[in-house]
Design a protein. Structure first.
Ligand SMILES: Nc1nc2c(ncn2[C@@H]2O[C@H](COP(=O)(O)OP(=O)(O)OP(=O)(O)O)[C@@H](O)[C@H]2O)c(=O)[nH]1
Ligand SMILES: [Mg+2]
Length: 325
């Protein structure tokens, strides 16, 4: 029996568990192509470096992140995603039986879970250095993920949530807290990078222009950058500056994942507010034309830790693929 190609797939945006299983028949209908994760520079670079910093703070290590069946109760927070808006990670073969085996979608996201999603757990995290230029960043070649987004969107809070530490990266109610490229080494084998926020209204024009140049040069030139994680506040409607930033990354083919933050802040419909799910959907529509294939996205909250396991699994599959290719 042929199923209609526009069959919709429900994605649950709940706190746990991290996976949702896809019925195999639906997965086979996917027509999404494979996507490049790393820039040509990054892909051509061989990985040989070893972590050097000795100081490492041990963290509480949980059981490995495992797939679970979703709750029926999650139905009220479901978002409908057309199959062709799903993100297919590298290493997932869509052409046949293999698809059924890998047919799982991370919760509150459009990301299919592939065979490279291993070693997702964070067991140690350490601050390494602050840099003001790309040339000053660590030169050991370990793969890295950069958190970028408007000032106050929650970059430092997300980093703390990912590593389960309250104050590894400093946060503040006042925008503009993070001013340099801050490298944090995870499990002595990869980096999370906290970048200064953009759109900081109080900063003079000159500072803002410098910021744009400085981070954009980092995105284009940093060979070990596996993917940019662009943070967008899901508790408010899409902002022009975020749309511009996402479209710039799309047009420049910089691998990007959209992280929707503050999904715990639910506006009351009767007050005219849009729910985070609606803001997420609107944002997708507004940037669609700049991407050949749907970029990956995940709904998160640093207050409830929604999306934490999903981000770590997504990073793991991008990272492991990057290391092998
Ligand atoms: N409700 C809610 N508040 C959040 C969340 N994430 C961050 N915040 C709050 O938002 C404010 C800014 O958070 P930061 O993590 O410092 O933001 P940032 O993006 O690092 O800001 P800059 O360093 O200034 O660019 C803080 O008051 C946080 O407590 C979230 O998921 N939910
Ligand atoms: Mg910050």
């Amino acid at each position: 029996m042929l199923l209609h190609p526009r069959l919709l797939l429900p994605i649950v945006s709940a706190v746990t568990p991290p996976y949702q299983f896809l019925p195999a028949a639906r997965v086979i209908l996917l027509t999404v192509g494979r996507r490049n994760f790393a820039s040509p520079l990054a892909r051509s670079r061989s990985f040989s470096a070893k972590a050097q910093l000795a100081v490492s703070v041990p963290l509480e290590v949980d059981a490995p992140i495992q797939p679970e069946i979703p709750d029926e109760d999650d139905a009220d927070t479901q978002v409908q995603i057309p199959l062709d808006r799903l993100f297919v990670p590298p290493g997932v073969d869509l052409g046949g039986v293999a698809v059924a085996a890998s047919g799982r979608v991370l919760r509150g996201s459009n990301i299919i879970l592939g065979p490279y999603a291993r070693d997702a757990q964070v067991s140690s995290a350490e601050f390494v250095k602050s840099s003001t230029k790309t040339e000053e960043c660590p030169s050991d070649g370990l793969p890295e993920f950069a958190l970028v987004g408007r000032s106050n969107v929650g970059k430092s809070s997300l980093l703390n949530s990912l590593v389960r530490r309250k104050r590894l990266a400093l946060t503040s109610k006042k925008p503009g807290k993070t001013q340099c490229i801050n490298h944090f080494r995870i499990n002595e084998s990869w980096y999370l990078v906290d970048l200064p926020g953009y759109g900081y209204a109080i900063a003079p024009h000159e500072v803002r222009d410098n910021w744009a140049e400085f981070t954009k040069s980092y995105f284009v030139r940093r060979e070990s950058l596996v993917s940019v994680f662009l943070l967008i506040d899901a508790s408010i409607p899409a902002k022009k500056i975020d749309l511009e930033y996402a479209s710039w990354l799309g047009q420049n083919q910089i691998p990007m994942t959209m992280i929707f933050t503050k999904c715990d802040k639910r506006k009351k419909k009767k007050n005219g507010g849009r729910r985070p799910e609606e803001n997420v959907e609107d944002f997708q529509k507004l940037i669609r034309e700049y991407f050949q294939e749907a970029p990956p996205w995940i709904m998160t909250s640093s207050v409830t830790n929604q999306g934490r396991d999903e981000i770590l699994l997504h990073m793991a599959q991008l990272r492991n693929y990057w290391l092998k290719h």
